[in-house]
Design a protein around this ligand. Sequence first.
Ligand code: BYC
Length: 331
Amino acid sequence: MDKNRINPIFVRTITLKNMGVVNFEDLFEAKLAKNDMIEPKDWMPENYRKHLIRQISQHAHSEIVGMLPEGNWITRAPSLRSKLVLLAKVQDEGGHGLYLYTAAESLGTSRDEMLDALLTGKAKYSSIFNYPTLTWADVGAVGWLVDGAAIMNQVMLQRTSYGPYARAMVRICKEESFHQRQGYELMTHLAFGTPAQKEMAQDALNRWWYPTLMMFGPPDIESPNSENAIKWRIKRETNDQLRQRFVNQSMPQIEYLGLTVPDKNLKWNEAKKGYDFSEPDWTEFKAVIKGNGPCNKERLASRNKSHAEGAWVREAATVYAKKQNENYEAA
Ligand code: BYC
C-alpha cells in the first residue's frame, strides 16, 4: 500500500495552503452548504456513505425487479408496435439498474454483495413490484402511474448531493419520461376505446392507485431515514410532499381519460391548493416490504432463476477479461 496515500476514514484534518488546518467534516459540510456535489474520493461521514449504499442499491434492485411485471407482457403485446415499445422500455429499466449499481460501487460496496442481498431476500426493493400485472391495461397503468411516481421522486434526485447518483439520475429521468408517456398513450387508447377496454383501464387504475401512493414511502412522521436524507441533501423533498404533488398532478390526467380514482374522500381543497385524499393501507405496505406481498416470492424466485442461468455468461466474461489483461500486460 502507498504510505503517502491519505486514508480518509482515519485522517480527520488536512493542511491547506490558504486555509491552514481544516477538518474534513467541515469541508464536507461546506460543500453541502454550497450545493456542491460530494464525489467518490471526497471524505464523507460513514453514515452518509451507508445511507447512500442503502438507498442506491435498493433503487437499483427496484429497476431490475421492476423489469418483471411488464416483462411478462412482452410476448402477449397486441401489436408489433406495442411489443417494440415495451421491449425498449423494459430494456431501459435494466440499464437504469446497471448505472445505479455502478454508482453504489463507487461508495465501496461490490456488485456481488448487493446482488447477494437481493437474491437472498435481505435487501428491499420498491413495494410496487410485488403486485401482479393481470391485464394489458396494467402495462399502461404501470408506465403512466408507476413511472410517473418514479419521476416525481427522481427529479429531485438529479440534484442529490452524491455526484455519481445525481448524474445517473439525469439520464434515468429522461428515459422515465418516455416511459410515462408510453403508459399514458396506452391508457388513452383503452379509455377512449370500446366499453370493455374502458372498463379494463378503470380496473387497472383501481388496483394500481394505492400501491402507487405507497411508492413514496411511509408518512413523514414514520420515516426514520428522512431526517438525515434531508440534512445531507440526499432527498430534497419529503415522502408526503412528493405524494401530494403526485396526486395533484395525476388528477387532471385521470379526468381527461374519463376515469375515476377509487377514493371517496378525494376532493380539491382550495385552502391548500391541492387534493385531500385517503392514505393507502399502511399495514399492507408493511407486509409487502417484509416479503409478504402478492408476488414477493415469485419475483425473488424469478431473479434467482435468471441469476443461476446467467452464471456461464459471468464466468465467460471473467475469463475473457483475465485473458485481455494478460495480453495487455504481455504486450
Ligand atoms: N418500497 O425512512 P423511509 C422505478 C422502506 S423503481 C419498499 O421513508 P427513505 C421503476 C425504506 O427503504 C422506483 N421499501 O426511507 C423501475 C426504509 O427501510 P430501510 C424506485 C420502502 O429511504 C422499473 C423504510 O421503508 N425508486 O422507477 O428515506 C419500472 C422506511 O422508509 C418503500 C427509488 O428507489 C417502498 N415504496 O425513503 C418502472 C428512489 N418506501 O432501508 C419504474 C430512491 C420506503 O431503512 N429512493 N421503504 O430498511 C428513495 O427516494 C427513498 O429510498 C424512498 C424511501 C422514498 C423510496
